[in-house]
Design a binder for this molecule. Structure first.
Ligand code: SAM
Length: 332
């Protein structure tokens, strides 16, 4: 109720500002014969809208708005940003920049982030820029001269996880040219322990060799392949799993069923490319890894999504870094 009232108040204020009628020049006091004032340039609808949005953003930034007002203002600002035509990109840029200004040398803690809807718009659009222009981004990413279909921020998270988990075995499904497997093997070499097994249905001659890396050929859910993988597990050492093969929902679901039990408590089951099918990339992909993860988490409470793994804002695996709990859900 309070939120509705606030929305109406903000809408009325905006309606007043968005009045397309040109402002009238006030008549001189007393109606005397003084020289007529030069007529003010009529404010265009775009000008008044931009000015209104600047005011809204300023109020959000200053923290002067109550919570319901804040929610209403955020909705309007985001709707306005969505409506911006290409020809008005400069004003949109100004408005967005304004919302991020307070992040510069913030004096308050916690840092006053821009409103969440605005953050999501920025994150999602940047994600699409990164992911959809693939030939100049993730399809052109290299590790030691080998192509790796990976996002650099995700690779950084991988090496952080390796440092903290110290895995005895990393299982990767989907090798492609071996760039990601080589990266993982190098990180294990630095850690001084562990091995990588990577599985692909196809062979690619010329993949890199590494003493800590084993290639298996076959489908990741084939029972013989799984038996070979199980043989490499040291029961005393942590196991980390990365699923990056066939990204259809059915295949990822089958991989989750086969590999989740191998992940040790405190370690991770990472499901790659949960970003497709509109999360937020490739909206017409069809059900894929994200949907498989959602179904899996609905029935398996041994795992939880680690939001911290997404803190660099850009990840190809949103809700895909699954940590195996060390104690049952709900028990501290
Ligand atoms: C996205 S690529 C892997 C990229 C690689 N991990 C990297 O980061 O560079 C997917 C790979 O999965 C393989 N693949 C597809 N279906 C598979 C299956 N059923 N089992 C194993 N690998 C499969 C494909 O041949 C392809 O090389």
């Amino acid at each position: 109720m309070q939120a509705e009232k606030a929305t109406r108040r903000v809408r009325r204020a905006l309606a007043r500002r968005l009045d397309p009628e040109p402002r009238r020049t006030p008549s001189p006091a007393g109606g005397g014969a003084s020289a007529p004032a030069a007529p003010a340039a009529p404010a265009t609808r775009a000008d008044t809208q931009t000015e209104a949005m600047r005011t809204a953003l300023r109020r959000l930034r200053n923290g002067n708005a109550s919570e319901p007002e804040r929610a209403a203002l955020e909705k309007l600002v985001v709707a306005w940003l969505d409506d911006q035509e290409a020809s008005r990109s400069t004003t949109a840029t100004t408005a967005i920049a304004g919302a991020f200004e307070r992040l510069w040398q913030p004096r308050t803690q916690p840092v006053p982030l821009p409103p969440e809807p605005l953050l999501s718009v920025i994150r999602d659009q940047f994600h699409r820029l990164y992911y959809h222009a693939s030939r100049t981004s993730w399809k052109d990413t290299w590790y030691r001269g080998v192509r790796a279909y990976k996002c650099p921020t995700d690779m950084w998270v991988y090496q952080e996880l390796i440092d903290s988990i110290q895995p005895g075995l990393i299982i990767e499904t989907g090798t492609f040219l071996g760039g990601s497997a080589l990266f993982l093997a190098d990180r294990l070499e630095i850690a001084g322990r562990g091995h990588v097994v990577t599985i692909d249905i196809d062979e690619h001659p010329g993949r890199p060799e590494h003493p800590r890396l084993t290639y298996l050929t076959g489908s990741s859910v084939d029972s013989e392949v799984l038996a070979q993988v199980r043989k490499l597990i040291d029961p005393e050492a942590p196991v980390l799993v990365i699923l990056d093969s066939d990204h259809s929902q059915a295949h990822v679901a089958a991989e989750l069923a086969a590999y989740a039990p191998l992940v040790t408590p405190g370690s991770y089951l990472i499901v790659e490319d949960t970003n497709v099918n509109g999360h937020p990339a490739v909206p017409d992909y069809g059900p894929g890894p994200f949907e498989a993860v959602a179904d899996f988490l609905a029935v398996d409470d041994r795992f939880e999504v680690d939001a911290r793994a997404e803190r660099y804002h850009l990840t190809q695996n949103p809700s895909g870094f699954l940590r195996r709990r060390t104690s049952p859900a709900g028990v501290a």
